[in-house]
Design a protein around this ligand. Structure first.
Ligand SMILES: [Zn+2]
Length: 411
């Protein structure tokens, strides 16, 4: 067993919990799930393939079973599977805090099928509370939502925390330590720790590391790992690939409130606005075409998905497939519900300044769940479109020249 001391600082709280979505304490199993997911995407970026242990895109699993070393995929080699343990452990101990979300958003109201704006404000805390727990009960009342959210505890400290990495198993000729450091660095740039990362939770940074060295070492070890575990089953076509990932970070003006709900007050060195901003951006894009702002970066196939449905003829429904793929499908049946491809961080502090991050992935082909159709996306067109509109129309007030741009899963 070898122990490496990593040091991290959480920028926004980490949400980990049960499959029902409750977060009550920091559970490292929840952190591991997200790391494995990203690790698999990195393997695909470098030309490898993985088994299907965590993904639900195909509605079936075929995870590796360890018989001899060559029988498993590179992800199971590090994260373990039936017959072989995980090659490392992470320890992280952080205090927990409760959550404090804005209640409503008064910007960009939702609309009915005649394109008329709803008079009531768009609910935020009630929306989040509805999807937590054992029953999917729609909550409309803010007091009820607050009571439910009171049970949630997320893990956070603005102080630097130790996160020891313990290597529990060796792999001949592979330096696992270098791989884990690279994975953590990648996760800090393109994602976060734990669950609900695309709603703003789990942003973090590594402290006192040589990023260029980690990248150099990590990439070469990853290539060696993929060559060693020759897993060639190609059933992961639609699974996340790190080459499709992007992350844009901006500095935010100190006094920027994004026209927020006056009742929302910040008690911590972060502002829990990730979900709210992402949801606002969702509505902005949903009505983008009918508001004649321009065209969406999608071809006719996307717009034609509603042909023959009861919604054919509803003005903004031509955007709906794109909006659902980007931001997730709400209000859907159990088999039809899916997470979106993009997310927005909460506002966080670095060296006394405020920042926000918008991140995700844009795959060149996407299988649309409801119809089974294969749709295509242009990475550059879509990321340009999202970045520009996020910067100019949703985050108006960020400082454009501070934009830090990562694309193609590059570090
Ligand atoms: Zn596997």
């Amino acid at each position: 067993m070898r122990k490496i001391n990593m040091r991290i600082r959480t920028q926004t709280p980490i949400w980990t919990g049960s499959s029902k979505g409750y977060s009550t304490s920091l559970k490292m199993s929840g952190v591991m799930g997200g790391l494995r997911h990203t690790f698999e995407a990195l393997i695909r970026k470098f030309g490898g393939h993985t088994c299907n242990i965590t993904n639900n895109i195909t509605n079936s699993t075929n995870s590796c079973i360890y018989e001899k070393e060559s029988s498993i995929c590179p992800a199971c080699a590090i994260f373990g599977t039936t017959g072989i343990s995980r090659a490392f452990k992470l320890n992280l101990d952080l205090p927990t805090v409760s959550v404090n979300l804005p209640e409503t958003d008064n910007m960009i109201p939702n609309r009915n099928h005649k394109n008329e704006e709803y008079k009531f404000l768009c609910g935020l805390d009630s929306w989040i509370a509805s999807i937590i727990g054992t029953t999917e009960q729609i909550i409309k009342d803010h007091d009820q939502a607050r009571r439910k959210l009171l049970n949630i505890k997320v893990a956070f400290s603005s102080e630097v925390a130790n996160m020891p990495v313990i290597i529990t198993r060796n792999i001949h000729e592979i330096n696992i330590e270098k791989i884990i450091k690279y994975l953590l660095l990648f996760q800090s740039k393109y994602s976060g720790l734990g669950a609900k990362v695309r709603q703003g939770w789990g942003m973090f940074e590594l402290i006192d590391v040589d990023k260029n060295q980690i990248k150099l070492d990590g990439e070469s070890e990853l290539i060696k790992l993929i060559a060693k575990y020759q897993y060639n089953e190609v059933h992961d076509t639609y699974f996340p690939n790190a080459k499709d990932m992007f992350a844009f970070e901006w500095q935010v003006n100190e006094d920027q409130r994004f026209n927020w709900d006056k009742k929302y007050t910040r008690r911590h060195p972060y502002k829990e606005l990730g979900f709210a901003l992402n949801f606002r951006f969702r509505r902005f894009i949903k009505f983008y075409k009918v508001d004649e702002r321009g065209d969406l970066p999608i071809d006719q196939q996307w717009k034609n998905i509603i042909h023959g449905s009861p919604w054919d003829g509803v003005p903004w429904k031509k955007s709906i497939a794109f909006v659902r793929v980007m931001f997730g499908k709400d209000n859907a049946g159990k088999n039809d519900k899916h997470a979106g491809l993009v997310g927005t961080s909460h506002l966080y502090q670095k060296d006394g300044n405020w920042f926000v991050k918008f991140f995700g992935r844009i795959p060149e082909s996407y299988k649309y769940r409801s119809t089974g159709q294969k749709l295509t996306l242009d990475y550059n067109e879509v990321t340009d479109f999202l970045r520009n509109n996020m910067e100019e129309n949703i985050l108006n007030g960020v400082i454009p020249e501070t934009r830090n741009e990562l694309t193609g899963g590059n570090l």
